[in-house]
Write a protein that binds this ligand. Structure first.
Ligand code: C2O
Ligand code: CU
Length: 464
């Protein structure tokens, strides 16, 4: 993995390719002004990738010619533009997960934009209001398209960010491959009705346990995104002091060490890691959930110690998210449950043909050209609190498009007042999420375990 110097980093425009997923030197850059941005071209492509020792996996999907989808770099408060060119055999769109974009740019087919058919393109343009780690993915036929590779990480930089000696981006995901290295069925109905179907091969940046070099005694900003369609992780760092600085694109009010930190599909974390002083020392990012813990990626200390201290990492700037007014807030009750109904539904755009799940007892059809009524109609500018209850034995990473919420309280644990777009609700938990309905349009609210989303656990709110 090459180390990008500051000068070279300035030259890597808005887009950093697979190489940019590794190490780069952070700093306060000059020249943030960019009047009209050159659109980044994101061309969907069918490709091959070496995901197993047995050889190349065929029918892998990506944006660009080779390797995993590029890490996109944007700047807080500066216009960004991308042209999606669809070169695969299936309609698609792009959703900018966690970024508070105008409704027309949100990438949900039928609800806010038409399909982008094979050979067509669509121009996205928006100004990200918040700095942090986000990601992008299709919002159409998602189980297949995301399952085959279309998940990429977004870094929104802030000129006021603290300085680090290195930065790394890690895109975590699985693949459903057979012994021959080729794709097998993307899901099993009996698993979709439970935790979701797990992949068989686990990767970080499309690699098995990659190792990256980082300066000994230096401070590393590690950005981790879970872009898998199913897997929930419990994160631990060993071999170095590490602290969680941000979750889901927003700084945490109080930093803490990742001690089996549970995060689900769609969620992101930013760690500050103080590398060991000794050259060659190894730091591991682990998943300790379940019966098969795994080292996901490692960092190797190189050079002589920079002798930095983790307490020197300045706080991240808080994002400009409107403060919910609890006194005037209206409450919206939301019950997540399983449903007995098991008849094939005819949603399109990747419905699984089953309904296993429900929100307020309704198994939602999901993406459909014939939109059903919204779950709730919200008044622009008003405060709301979603009181969400999980009546199922599974955890659900519930994601709201278009607006960020604040975690107010939980019935089962002490919570920090985090600002987020995805909350991993546990079995038997009740949680209150407060937000200001300040972004007009139709916004999805769904479970990010894609099989759950596609079999009933999805709906939307309308802000007018
Ligand atoms: Cu990450 Cu509705 O999506
Ligand atoms: Cu779910």
């Amino acid at each position: 993995m090459t180390v990008l110097t500051r000068r070279r980093l300035l030259k890597t425009a808005a887009i950093a390719g697979a190489g940019g997923a590794g190490l780069s030197v952070m700093g306060r850059f000059g020249g943030w002004a960019a009047a009209r941005p050159e659109p980044v071209v994101l061309r969907t492509a069918k490709t091959q990738a070496k995901l197993m020792d047995v050889g190349q996996t065929r029918d892998v999907l990506s944006y660009g010619d080779a390797g995993m989808p590029p890490v996109l770099r944007m700047k807080k408060g500066e216009p960004f533009a991308a042209r999606l060119v669809n070169a695969i055999d299936d309609p698609t769109t792009i959703h900018w997960h966690g970024i508070r974009v105008p409704n027309k740019m949100d990438g949900v087919p039928f609800l806010v934009q038409p399909y982008v058919y094979t050979g067509d393109h669509f121009d996205y343009a928006f100004t990200p209001p918040d700095a942090g780690t986000f990601w992008y993915h299709p919002h159409c036929n998602t189980l297949t398209q995301m399952g085959h590779g279309l998940t990429g990480v977004i870094v929104v930089e802030n000129p006021g960010d603290p300085q680090f000696d290195a930065e790394m981006v890690i895109n975590l995901r699985d693949w459903r491959l057979g012994d021959d290295g080729q794709f097998i069925d993307q899901f099993r109905p009996r698993d979709a009705a439970r935790t979701g179907t797990y992949g068989t091969v686990r990767t970080a940046n499309w690699l098995d346990q990659p190792q990256y070099d980082a300066p000994a005694g230096g401070l590393v900003r590690l950005r981790v995104a879970i872009t898998d369609v199913t897997r929930i992780y419990a994160f631990l760092v060993d071999g170095a002091e590490a602290t969680v600085m941000a979750l889901d694109g927003n700084p945490v009010p109080q930093r803490f060490a990742p001690d089996a930190l549970l995060l689900g599909p769609g969620q992101r974390m930013e760690l500050a890691i103080r590398m060991p002083d000794d050259e060659g020392a190894i730091v591991g990012l682990r998943d300790v959930r379940g019966t098969k813990p795994k080292v996901l990626a490692t960092l190797r200390a190189v050079g002589s110690s920079l002798k930095r201290a983790i307490r020197d990492v300045a706080p991240l700037e808080v994002n400009p998210v409107a403060e919910v007014d609890l006194a005037s807030a209206q409450h919206i009750s939301l019950a997540l449950s399983a449903t007995a109904e098991n008849v094939p539904s005819d949603g399109i755009c990747g419905s699984l043909g089953y309904s296993f799940w429900a929100i307020n007892k309704v198994p939602w059809p999901g993406d459909t050209p014939d939109p059903t009524a919204p779950l709730a109609e919200l008044k622009l500018g008003r405060s709301y609190v979603i009181d969400m209850e999980n009546l199922t034995p599974q955890s659900h990473p519930m994601h709201l498009h278009g607006m960020s919420f604040k975690v107010l309280s939980s019935s089962t644990r002490q919570v920090q007042p985090l600002i987020s777009d995805t909350y991993l609700i546990q079995p038997n938990e009740k949680v209150s999420l407060g937000f200001v309905a300040d972004n007009p349009g139709d916004w999805l609210l769904h479970c990010h375990i894609i099989e759950h989303q596609k079999s009933g656990m999805t709906s939307y709110v309308r802000v007018v």
